[in-house]
Each structure stands twice: as structure tokens, then as C-alpha cells.
Design a protein around this ligand. Structure first.
Ligand code: PEP
Ligand code: MG
Length: 581
């Protein structure tokens, strides 16, 4: 039994068999198995050899047809190699005599073969080392797990173990069969973490080398609330986590009873709680969870999950579906925020950037690719007639960017007018405040935008110069850092002075620990994953604005984030269930 601590990315407890992805990139750890498991290991080996052989045969036939016998000869070599009875014999010996797992034993034998081929003088055989490596990957894939592509066609529930998962991979998964995620890298607000939360799948990230600690098929517990993963748990541990699983479900059910209760503080201040969504289906789930609308619709996910750039019609249909599902509630559609870790395969390989997070991403990319941007804006505008749509531009750092984006939108409106296509002319146009520049210039932006929405994930990343997706600096990523809080305060104040609505839609909005502080700073509108709404609402209903203001005033005097955190924890603990409004 191995227990590992990572970062809690998405709450809940998952228990199930592990599916290890892309094991070929990682070393297979030394693993011995229980004597009762030896026969199973040998059966796995045989099945993997058989499946690999069949794949190679098919490749040989296809290669002969397309490229002729010479090229197909490579696959003939693979086929002979896999079929060699001596290969199987050596692996079986290691399994039986040393109780190695099939994967480890196979890796050992392949290592010896590679060394052998490397040491010979014959250049032809030397060249074959790469083939041996290929064969190893193929067979190991069959022994240990499947490829990422297979994840869209899962047939049984699994806990996915991977070095990393990009947002596009996460969104294309067959989510019905994914119980949980255990991932080597990532931070608390990495997009992978955000997506698993929106999908409602428990996840732990930043686990170091979990892909090497776990083999496919063994039982894995993912406690996404505590950020803990247990591999090969004993029966008592399983029973303990099953109880935690039930407790989590009870807690979710308890909070669900708040669904129809208003989000009003004890001293009568109404707070608007909105949902973040990525796909239209989530809009209905958001309404179900008690959201008063959609505060952040991340449109780029449609681009990430497709190999072709979505057409105007496809985009229009998708956005309209989300707006209709919100049934008259406001839907803030954020324009494309592609780039950095959100790379759309359909847009082709981007030129290498040393600092992609500071590179040609998001609105900057759109303003340089006007055709793509205009098509996108057309689709949003056309969908606007279906409800209360508002448009929001991401990643703005300069006033010129906002003006350019608005001018492009005005051009698109003119085009639609000329074509006689309907759209809502008066829809509010706002922007995200997620760069320190935008926060510092908040008064200027508040005069030109209909609303501001603080993206605390990026704002924290850029203010503290801490990569939000890098587990090595995750301990330095804190949205409650005094520097970040002073920026939040500044933006909220600018909103008040210039009569511009300010909301917050980063992960911070969904953490009950921060709720009182955010209200105290002056925010009245928070947008979060639907699953977080009930817990945040509970805090709203148990506090008073007066207490929140006093808390914010205190916290704003601190210079160290430890002090902030301790004070927030105390204030959160002090909330009394009896006091609920
Ligand atoms: C943010 O940066 O806080 C935000 C909400 O946007 P995203 O997480 O999509 O970058
Ligand atoms: Mg952002």
C-alpha cells in the first residue's frame, strides 16, 4: 500500500482500478507481486504479446500494400521478435523466480536485448535498437494500460493515472467511466484541475511520479478533498475511504437543500452567485445547483475538443444552446482564451515560445487573427437574441486592447446589420481583470467597460510571478497574498467609484474560506464551479456584511499571507450555523 500527498484539485472520493496512461514515457518501477498473482501476470503477458503481434501483422499487411516489401520488412522484424519463444520464456522466468510484475520483467528483458543489439558491430543490427524500443512500448501499452485515444471509448469505470492531461484531452474523455484523476504535475488552478471540478470528477494533481508508482489494474483511492492518493489499499483502508465517500455524498445532499434559499447575508445584502461553464450542458446543471446565471462561459473548450476550427454555425448552435439552457438568466460569454496550456489542435502547431503564458495568447491572438475572431464574435452576437447575453474579453493589459476588441465587435455588428441577421445591439461588453496592469488601471477600464470580472487565477499567477500549473511552485501560489488582495481591493473600489459592476470568476470565488473577505472587499457577484455554489451560499447566509467589512479591513493591513490565512480560517470557523439568515 502506497500513500501519496498531492494537491486537492477537485473534491470527492473515487475508488477503482487504475488506468495508467502513456507509460512508455516513464520508467517502469520495480514491482514484485504476491505469489497468488503470478499466473495473472503471465496471462497478462501472453495477452499483450498476442495483441501486439496481431497489431504488427496488420501494420505489415498495410505497409506492403502502400509502400512495398522493403518498408514492410521492418514490421516483419517486429513480428519475429515478438513471436520469439525465447523472449517469452525469459520474461516468464523473471516473473516466476523473482515475482516481478509482468511489466517490470518485460522491461528488464527488453533492456538486455537493447544492450545486446547496441554492442554488436553490424550497423543493421545497431539500427534495430530503436525498433526494440518501439516493440517495448507497444507491448507495455498492452500490459499496463491504454493510450489517451482510448479514453474516449472506455467500457468500464477507471481511475486515470497520467503524467499530465491537457484541457483538450480532459474534455474529450468519456466521462461516464472516469471515476477520478491522479496526475503527476499541475497546480490548484491549472486548467486540468478546473475542468475536473467542472466535470465533477475527484482529482489530485502534483503527485510527483504516481505514473511509476502504480501499474494498470490495481486499486487506487483518490481523495480529491484531502489531496491524497492510496495505491493498493488494504481492506480496512478501502472501508475507511468508502465511509468518507458516503460522508462527502451526505454533505453534498445536505448543501443541496440550500438550492432554493436566497444568497442573502444576515443583514440583508443579496449576493449574486453565478456558475462557470465550459459546455452548454453545464448551464442546465448550473441552474439546477441554484446558480443565478452564468458568470463565465469558457468558449475555448469547443476549439480544444475538435481537430477542425469550429464553423460559425457550430459555434452559434453551441452558444445558443447554453443561452437557452440558462432560461433568461444572464450568460457572460468570454471570447476565446486560447494559448499557453490551452492549445487548439485545429489551429496547427504554434511556433515555439519561451514563455507561452506571456506570449501570443487569448485576446492578443484574436486581435492578430481577425478572421477567426470575427467569426467567433458573429456566432456570439447571433446567439445573443436567445437570452441575456453579455460579452467579456479576456487577458487585457492595455486600454488599447479593449478599444480594439470593441471596435472589432462594432465592425461585426455592422456586417450582421448589412446581412439582416438579428442580434442584441445593447448587450453589455465587459472584460476580465487578470493582469496586474488591468488591476492597476482599473479606474480607466471601469470607465470604458460595462463590467469587470476579476480572473483571480491569472491575476495571482502574474502578480506573484508563479506559474499556476507548475507543481514545483504551487506552494507559492496564493490568491490571499497581500499583493493580490490589494489589487482586488483597488478593482472593487474603482468599480464603485465609476458605477461599473465588478465580479470575480477565478477559483477563489468558489472557496468558502474567501467568501467573507470578498464580500468585505466590496464584491457582490461571484462566479464559480456549480458544485461550489451551495457551500459559498451557506457562508453568505451565515455572515453579515458588517462582519465581512471588518474582516477585510483587518486583513488588508497584513503584509504576510500567513497572517491573512490564519485570520480567514478563524473567521470561517467562527461562523455559527445557528445564525443562518
Ligand atoms: C482566471 O484566470 O481566473 C480565469 C477565470 O480564467 P481561466 O482560469 O480560464 O484562465
Ligand atoms: Mg484566466
Amino acid at each position: 500500500m502506497i500513500t501519496k500527498k498531492g494537491i486537492n484539485a477537485s473534491p470527492g472520493v473515487a475508488i477503482g482500478p487504475a488506468l495508467v496512461l502513456d507509460t512508455e514515457e516513464y520508467r517502469i518501477p520495480l514491482r514484485t507481486v504476491d505469489p497468488s498473482q503470478l499466473a495473472t501476470q503471465i496471462r497478462n503477458l501472453d495477452a499483450a504479446l498476442q495483441a501486439s503481434r496481431q497489431e504488427v501483422q496488420e501494420l505489415r499487411v498495410a505497409a506492403t500494400r502502400k509502400l512495398g516489401d522493403d518498408t514492410a520488412g521492418i514490421f516483419a522484424f517486429h513480428e519475429q521478435f515478438i513471436a520469439d519463444p525465447r523472449l517469452r520464456e525469459q520474461v516468464v522466468e523473471l516473473i516466476q523466480q523473482r515475482r516481478y510484475s509482468a511489466a517490470y520483467a518485460f522491461g528488464q528483458v527488453m533492456n538486455q536485448r537493447q544492450k545486446l543489439f547496441r554492442s554488436v558491430a553490424d550497423p543493421y543490427l545497431k539500427e534495430r535498437v530503436r525498433d526494440i524500443f518501439d516493440i517495448e512500448k507497444r507491448v507495455l501499452r498492452h500490459i499496463l494500460g491504454r493510450t489517451r485515444e482510448d479514453m474516449t471509448r472506455l467500457t468500464e469505470p477507471v481511475v486515470v493515472v497520467a503524467a499530465d492531461i491537457t484541457p483538450s484531452q480532459a474534455i474529450s474523455l468519456d466521462r461516464r467511466h472516469i471515476l477520478g484523476f491522479a496526475i503527476n504535475v499541475g497546480g490548484p488552478t491549472s486548467h486540468m484541475a478546473i475542468i475536473s471540478k467542472l466535470l465533477g470528477i475527484p482529482a489530485v494533481v502534483a503527485l510527483g511520479d504516481i505514473t511509476s508508482d502504480v501499474s494498470g489494474g490495481e486499486t487506487l483511492i483518490v481523495d480529491g478533498t484531502a489531496g491524497i492518493v492510496v495505491a493498493s489499499p488494504d481492506p480496512e483502508t478501502i472501508a475507511r475511504y468508502q465511509e468518507r465517500q458516503r460522508e462527502h455524498e451526505r454533505q453534498v445532499a445536505r448543501l443541496r437543500t440550500l438550492r432554493d434559499q436566497p444568497a442573502v447575508t444576515r443583514d440583508g445584502v443579496a449576493i449574486e452567485l453565478l456558475a462557470n461553464i465550459e459546455v452548454p450542458e453545464e448551464a442546465a446543471a448550473a441552474v439546477e445547483a441554484g446558480a443565478q446565471g452564468v458568470g463565465l462561459y469558457r468558449t475555448e473548450l469547443l476549439f480544444l475538443s475538435s481537430t477542425r476550427v469550429p464553423t460559425e454555425e457550430q459555434q452559434y448552435e453551441t452558444y445558443r444552446a447554453a443561452v437557452e439552457a440558462a432560461a433568461g438568466r444572464p450568460v457572460i460569454i468570454r471570447t476565446l482564451d486560447l494559448g499557453a496550456d490551452k492549445l487548439a489542435p485545429a489551429l496547427g502547431a504554434a511556433p515555439h515560445e519561451h514563455n507561452p503564458v506571456l506570449g501570443l495568447r487569448s485576446l492578443r491572438y484574436c486581435l492578430l487573427h481577425l478572421d477567426l475572431f470575427k467569426t467567433h464574435l458573429r456566432a456570439i452576437l447571433r446567439a445573443s437574441v436567445a437570452g441575456d447575453v453579455r460579452i467579456m474579453f479576456p487577458m487585457i493589459a492595455t486600454v488599447m486592447e479593449l478599444r480594439q476588441a470593441k471596435a472589432t465587435l462594432a465592425d461585426v455588428m455592422e456586417d450582421l446589420d448589412e446581412e439582416g441577421l438579428a442580434f442584441r445591439r445593447d448587450l453589455p461588453i465587459g472584460m476580465m481583470v487578470e493582469t496586474p496592469a488591468a488591476a492597476l488601471l482599473a479606474p480607466a477600464f471601469a470607465r470604458e467597460a460595462a463590467f469587470l470580472s476579476i480572473g483571480s487565477n491569472d491575476l495571482t499567477q502574474y502578480t506573484l510571478a508563479v506559474d499556476r500549473g507548475n507543481e514545483r511552485v504551487a506552494h507559492l501560489f496564493s490568491a490571499h497574498n497581500p499583493a493580490v488582495l490589494r489589487l482586488l481591493h483597488r478593482v472593487a473600489r474603482a468599480g464603485r467609484v465609476y458605477g461599473c459592476e465588478v465580479s470575480l470568476c477565478g477559483e477563489m470565488a468558489g472557496a468558502p474560506l474567501y467568501t467573507q473577505l470578498l464580500l468585505g472587499l466590496g464584491l457582490r457577484r461571484l462566479s464559480m464551479a456549480s458544485c461550489d455554489i451551495p457551500a459559498v451560499k451557506q457562508v453568505v447566509r451565515r455572515t453579515t456584511l458588517a462582519a465581512c467589512r471588518a474582516l477585510a479591513a483587518r486583513v488588508l493591513k497584513f503584509d504576510a499571507d500567513r497572517q491573512v490565512l490564519n485570520t480567514l480560517r478563524d473567521a470561517h470557523r467562527a461562523l455559527d450555523p445557528e445564525d443562518e439568515s
